[in-house]
Design a protein around this ligand. Structure first.
Ligand SMILES: Cc1cc2nc3c(=O)[nH]c(=O)nc-3n(C[C@H](O)[C@H](O)[C@H](O)COP(=O)(O)OP(=O)(O)OC[C@H]3O[C@@H](n4cnc5c(N)ncnc54)[C@H](O)[C@@H]3O)c2cc1C
Length: 317
């Protein structure tokens, strides 16, 4: 049926699969993903489900597995580009998984527990208020703890890997299980998170330090970030990973791409590795811009850029 959008799961099928008693939380149908991404780009997801608790999440995963319906998990939507044709299947948002607390306190360390939907900046603020060190370089990175783990977020030589002890997760085949941080294969902006696995929560270790020193480091990282990145504009952070020994932003800048624009997607004039939605940009324009920039960098430097942002969804028919 050319031109007509196909849904794999609609309201009727959802209600057949997921009984009212088995699910607590919010669910929306044909939900525009632009409402759930920092870039404010993206077509409709068949279903956008925000389970309230682990049981509801497990029930959805079991039903989707049984019906062979694809799903993706999102946190804050700050590192994703959703294509204009939207997402076929179910988007699971962990925004209701927000409990966090000190799990254990030792002489020099604290063990911190956070559910995956906890905003990363909540942990940074908590560390600043209490003088816990280890997380300073993550100051100003938007999004959730789950998203930060999935992509090993970091900056200024810090990454979430350095403080992570273990992660609790669930998978439609295995159920709930725990992995140590070392088993997750966290590398520069990447993890070996098994496919179809949803991060539920994490344990992180922070070091007790002088409160004023922690605050000073956080403030200085935030200042550097504000001075160099277009934080108030609609972006998804750095579009490309830094190639070995080089800065993707510098290569893009020196290849002459700053300010390059396709439709309403533009290479930031402030930081060339941030691409901005100047207003109602299409994912297709963003992708074309990525392609053009990649080609230019390849032509000038012979370097192949690899995306850091996660691209999901389908093209318009
Ligand atoms: C202005 C700006 C500045 C930024 N600065 C930085 C920076 O300095 N350093 C940096 O590393 N990043 C930066 N980013 C990118 C982004 O904020 C981080 O990558 C962030 O950690 C992503 O978290 P999120 O919750 O938004 O993830 P999302 O964008 O929602 O998802 C990202 C990926 O993680 C997966 N995921 C999310 N939650 C889960 C879960 N619970 N279980 C399994 N998989 C999950 C998704 O499927 C997706 O593949 C920046 C982004 C912006 C917009």
């Amino acid at each position: 049926m050319a031109g007509k959008k196909q849904y794999i799961v609609d309201e009727r099928l959802w209600q057949k699969m997921i009984s009212q008693e088995s699910f607590s939380g919010e669910v929306k149908f044909m939900e525009p993903m632009k409402a759930h991404t920092y870039l404010q780009i993206g077509g409709e997801a068949d279903v956008f489900a925000c389970p309230q608790d682990t049981v509801s999440l497990e029930n959805i995963l079991a039903a989707l597995n049984e019906e062979r319906i694809p799903f993706v998990t999102v946190g804050g939507g700050t590192n994703i580009l959703v294509k204009d044709g939207g997402i076929y299947g179910v988007v699971i948002s962990l925004k209701n998984f927000r409990r966090s607390d000190i799990a254990k306190e030792e002489k020099d360390m604290v063990m911190f527990f956070a559910e995956s939907g906890t905003p990363l900046q909540k942990l940074v603020s908590f560390s600043k208020e209490n003088g816990y060190s280890g997380i300073e370089g993550l100051a100003g990175i938007p999004g959730s703890v789950g998203g930060a783990i999935a992509g090993n977020a970091g900056a200024f030589g810090y990454s979430i890997k350095n403080m992570l002890v273990s992660v609790r997760m669930t998978n439609p085949d295995k159920g709930i299980y725990e992995m140590s941080a070392s088993e997750l294969g966290l590398e520069y902006r990447a993890s070996k998170l098994p496919e179809d696995t949803v991060i539920l929560s994490a344990n992180m270790r922070l070091r007790k330090d002088v409160k004023e020193d922690v605050a000073k480091r956080i403030n200085s990282f935030l200042k550097r970030k504000r001075e160099t990145q277009p934080l108030s504009e609609m972006s998804a952070g750095c579009v490309f990973k830094n190639p070995e020994g080089a800065s993707a932003g510098r290569l893009i800048d020196e290849a002459g791409c700053k300010g390059m624009r396709i439709g309403n997607a533009e290479v930031s004039r402030m930081h060339a590795n941030f691409f901005i939605n100047k207003g109602n940009a299409k994912a297709s324009d963003f992708l074309k811009l990525m392609d053009e920039v990649k080609k230019k960098v390849m032509k000038v430097f012979g370097t192949e850029l690899e995306p850091e942002i996660r691209i999901m969804g389908r093209n318009v028919n």
